[in-house]
Design a protein around this ligand. Sequence first.
Ligand code: ZN
Length: 79
Amino acid sequence: MLEWCMSLAYRIVFECPNGHQINLQKVCPNVSLTEDEAMTLFGAEDLSCAKADCGWHGKASKARILRLLPFNWILASAS
Ligand SMILES: [Zn+2]
């Protein structure tokens, strides 16, 4: 049986060193999140740029945060 729950999450928009946007979605219970906090929490995440002619990949801490957008992530969990 599936159970649905809503969890606070953030969509973090990073900019790769070549200026392209990379989206990362992460569940995060913090009601507010600063860029510094986001880097502390997610700086070790591996990112890769989706632009075919760029191909940059590296740690989130090497990219720049453009935007932090909170949203309610609806998660299904088997019970
Ligand atoms: Zn790129």
